[in-house]
Design a binder for this molecule. Structure first.
Ligand code: NIG
Ligand code: FE
Length: 416
């Protein structure tokens, strides 16, 4: 099956010359191509041809991108999309001055959502989460990571991961599952941490890995959640079982999370709002990716991760929403791009590279998607703009008009 995406005004290839990620000044190079069309064959990109040669190609399908901008499908590489219930009441308290960590200390926060998830059946969860995935697809998202972490018992963590697996099978995009049993301590183990860690290590990780319910194991290393020592134990077990690693760390404190993640060569460290300046070179020298979540800083109204320093030190920087009911009730990719550029001072080009190629790399998919390179997946977002600068310029405005996954048009705004 041969297809052509015809005559876009611009193509942003985010070309990495086969590297699969970008560091430092390379983030600026978005591989802009004009007067070209794209040939797709068997779900992958086969060629970029000058528009003058388009008549020489016989295609089974022509996708008209006339006058619009074609770029790699967006990738949200850090989300907690699979949740039930609402924390609007806690948000109300937050507006009156009660802090996020204070709410959690009082038994609310993540555990409020755990209550709602435990009460929900598999079918109810699928019904709640599916429209959120559809909303991502409308925005041009073609790959989405979703974490568990709101079950926090063997039964409910497995239930959530099965919901995520099912959603992956019934939606057109790729959903990458992450096991986050170490999100926080569930109420029943509040005063018995070692028993909960035992359940994670002896029951959850082996089951999740054996049943291929997750690609990654993640944790939350902060005061009031898991210590670096506890994460060390969990990561050791996760690696034994073939899971790759991610860590929520340096969000509010520096308690050794970054060091333990680097010790285990975790693929990503996520948050980093309070990363110490002295620790930036450690991260920059490694291949561990810094996943920045400016939606959290906005939603909780505190400092932003030092994106400029990270990029200038040559750390690999990716962006994501962290969509969740407590610290970033935001699934709007356009808003994340605005926050990255306005609040973290990332250039338009850096922002676009970080939310495509480096986000793919944050899911260990940098060699198969995230940029438009020959033999990579034909995953595209087509934006209804003539110049790519409009994409970052428009705040919280979905300008995507067509989403293409593996060469298949899965969303077309003008044909709704
Ligand atoms: O990435 N802080 C840990 N986890 C999430 C928040 C989850 C929640 O509040 O429900 C985060 O910020
Ligand atoms: Fe998170």
């Amino acid at each position: 099956m041969k297809k052509i995406i015809k005559n876009p005004a611009q193509i942003l290839t985010i070309n990495s010359d086969g590297q699969g990620f970008k560091r430092g000044t390379h983030l600026e190079d978005i591989g802009l191509l004009e007067n070209h069309s794209i040939i797709i064959e068997n779900e992958v990109i086969k060629d970029f041809i000058p528009n003058s040669r388009i008549n020489k190609h016989k295609a089974d399908e022509i996708i008209d991108a006339d006058g619009k901008v074609a770029m790699p499908g967006l990738i949200d590489c850090h989300t907690h999309t699979a949740f039930a219930g609402s924390r609007a009441n806690e948000f109300r308290q937050k507006l009156k001055g009660t802090g996020y960590e204070e709410i959690a200390k009082k038994g609310g926060g993540i555990n409020t959502t755990v209550d709602a998830v435990r009460k929900s059946s598999f079918d109810e969860l699928v019904k709640i989460v599916k429209p959120r995935i559809d909303n991502y697809i409308c925005q041009g998202v073609t790959t989405l990571e979703i974490k568990s972490g709101y079950g926090l018992s063997f039964y409910d963590e497995v239930k959530l991961l099965q919901v995520i697996k099912h959603l992956n099978s019934i939606t057109e995009i790729d959903i990458v599952p992450t096991f986050l049993g170490a999100h926080t301590y569930p109420r029943e183990y509040k005063n018995d941490h070692s028993s909960y860690i035992d359940i994670i290590i002896k029951e959850m990780i082996p089951y999740v890995a054996n049943h291929k319910l997750a690609v990654f194991c993640d944790g939350f290393c902060e005061k009031g959640s898991f210590t670096a020592k506890e994460i060390d134990l969990i990561f050791t077990k996760a690696v034994e079982h073939g899971l790759k690693l991610k860590l929520h760390t340096e969000q509010f404190n520096n308690i050794g999370g970054l060091q333990v993640a680097l010790k285990h060569t975790a693929l990503t460290v996520d948050h980093l709002e309070v990363i110490k300046e002295d620790d930036i070179p450690l991260l920059a020298e490694s291949n561990t990716i810094a996943v920045l979540l400016p939606g959290v800083s906005f939603f909780l109204d505190y400092e932003y991760a030092p994106a400029r320093k990270l990029i200038e030190s040559e750390a690999i920087v990716a962006l994501a929403t962290d969509f969740n009911p407590g610290s970033s009730h935001i699934s709007n990719m356009s808003l994340i791009m605005s926050l990255a550029s306005i609040k973290m001072k990332m250039s338009m080009e850096e922002t676009l590279s970080a939310i495509t190629l480096n986000a793919a790399a944050a899911l260990d998919l940098g060699n198969t998607c995230g940029s438009l390179e020959i033999n990579k997946a034909a995953d595209f977002a087509i934006f209804e703009v003539e110049d790519y600068s409009e994409i970052v310029y428009s705040a919280a405005h979905n300008l995507n008009c067509m989403t293409i996954k593996k060469g298949e048009v899965i969303y077309n705004k003008n044909r709704e």
